[in-house]
Design a protein around this ligand. Structure first.
Ligand code: ADP
Ligand code: ASP
Ligand code: MG
Length: 431
């Protein structure tokens, strides 16, 4: 059902300190007459910090409480600058952090990913409580929505997949009455819940995707993600000079760019929007009146070269232990595990005696995969690689990207080149 709602998403960079929260409120003052559903991420680098708490608890290093104290201190520090000492937000924040303390009091759970989701999700919960309280204080009436009451996922922790029909039904039931009340609705990105009410997360950087889920469910007028960059650029400005802003992009181009690793938008974001032709704006929270990038279904066929880089790649050369060719049944055997472990495969190639694939190297997934197939397959593993993809490439640009790098695997498809690359090791020079 179509609703006159706009969906906004504010990420960690836009909520990194008290001044940033004030800036978000001042942007929202300009949308007082709109019906907004606002999705927020954890503040600044909170998710990274909470990941450390999880690792310390699981590894029983004895540092978990101290690490948690650091996270709490940072949040209370922000509250001190936004609220009076006796504001009720302090109790709300405290009650949310207590959930982690209860987990730390127990022995670490056997299922690391389950424990991870219960702890790390607190980042988004706390952030949403603080921002909601501040918006209300600034005379922007805002209702707080628990995203877990709407987004139902399967029970694969850390990589929950949305169960669409149930999620849609919950959205009608929970969100529509809130929309009717008027004002803003504020909820958390990144988190969902299983049928049994355990918290799940949707994968790192998943808040953009949450905003797209709500946009889809409400058939929103538009979605806007507020970033620390002027819009979608031709490459990551942290890695390349001379990048330029793209004023307009088609859904297809945005899907391709983000699929190959353009970090500005989570790759799952575009599809739900495309399905309902909901336009996406990528705008700068530092310059909210500037135009940003407009992403829609309009086809535009002239783009400059665009580069996406995925770090932390592993290349696996897999061969059979019985020296047979790697045949279809082997590949199906391997992919069963890959699917089960939700390993993301970015490139593959088949030769007579080996099957080569480049995957995202997250935690110990690659080791666990190699262990699982060890009885039947030998694996040569290369880690610490990067996958560089250029859309609308020019040969001179590809050449310059090769400088100082060894290309381990390359694929050219239409106007796209993807290369798995390794830094050339420093050689000793003669004197
Ligand atoms: P958020 O605050 O929403 O979590 P992110 O830090 O995840 O924001 O994403 C914004 C960052 O994405 C930018 O600071 C920029 O360094 C990086 N980035 C990578 N590729 C691009 C690109 N093609 N265009 C713009 N930014 C990009
Ligand atoms: N806070 C989560 C993360 O850092 C989700 C997000 O920011 O999109 O991965
Ligand atoms: Mg992010």
């Amino acid at each position: 059902m179509k609703h006159p709602v706009k969906v906004f998403k504010f990420g960690g960079a836009s909520l990194r300190d008290a001044d940033s929260v004030k800036n978000v409120a001042s942007i929202l003052q300009g949308y007082k007459s709109d019906r907004l559903l606002i999705v927020v991420s954890a503040m600044g680098k909170t998710t990274d910090a909470l990941e450390k708490v999880v690792a310390a608890h699981a590894g029983k290093t004895g540092e978990a409480y101290e690490l948690l104290e650091g996270v709490k201190k940072a949040h209370y520090g922000i509250c001190d600058q936004l609220f009076d000492k006796n504001d009720e937000v302090y109790a709300a924040v405290n009650d949310t952090f207590v959930e982690i303390e209860w987990i730390l009091e127990e022995e670490p759970h056997d299922n690391y990913d389950y424990m991870y989701d219960q702890i790390v999700s607190v980042g988004e919960l706390v952030s949403s409580k603080i921002v909601q309280a501040f918006l209300n204080k600034m005379n922007l009436p805002t209702q707080w929505l628990d995203a877990r009451d709407v987004i139902l996922t399967d029970d694969i922790f850390r990589e929950g997949w949305v169960q669409w029909p149930e999620t849609e039904a919950r959205c009608e039931k929970v969100v529509l009455p809130m929309i009717e009340k008027g004002g803003f609705i504020l909820t958390q990105g990144f988190i969902g819940s299983t049928q049994e009410n355990f918290t799940t997360t949707l994968g790192r950087e998943g808040s953009d995707y949450t905003a797209a889920i709500f946009s889809y469910l409400l058939d929103a007028d538009s979605m806007t993600i507020w970033k620390d960059v002027p819009g979608v650029l031709t490459a990551d400005p942290r890695l390349f000079d001379n990048v330029t802003k793209l004023d307009r992009l088609s859904y297809k181009e945005a899907i391709e760019m983000t699929y190959y690793g353009a970090k500005v938008i989570h790759p799952k974001t575009i599809k739900p929007l495309q399905n309902k032709s909901i336009p996406l704006y990528v705008k700068s929270f530092k310059d909210p009146d500037a135009e940003g990038t407009f992403i829609s279904g309009e086809v535009e066929d002239h783009y400059p070269p665009m580069i996406a880089v995925e770090q932390n790649q592993a290349l696996l050369q897999i061969s059979t232990r019985d020296f047979s060719f790697v045949a279809e049944h082997h590949i199906s055997y391997l992919f069963n595990f890959i699917a089960e472990m939700r390993i993301q495969v970015n490139m593959m190639q088949n030769t007579a005696i080996s099957f080569v694939m480049c995957v995202n190297d997250i935690d110990d997934k690659v080791e666990r995969f190699i262990e699982k197939i060890d009885d039947k397959f030998k694996v040569i593993l290369d880690r610490g690689l990067e996958l560089v993809t250029v859309r609308h490439y020019r040969d001179d640009l590809i050449e310059s990207l090769h400088e100082g790098k060894i290309v381990m695997l390359e694929e050219r498809l239409g106007n796209t080149v993807s290369m798995v690359m390794k830094k050339v090791p420093m050689m000793k020079r003669k004197i």
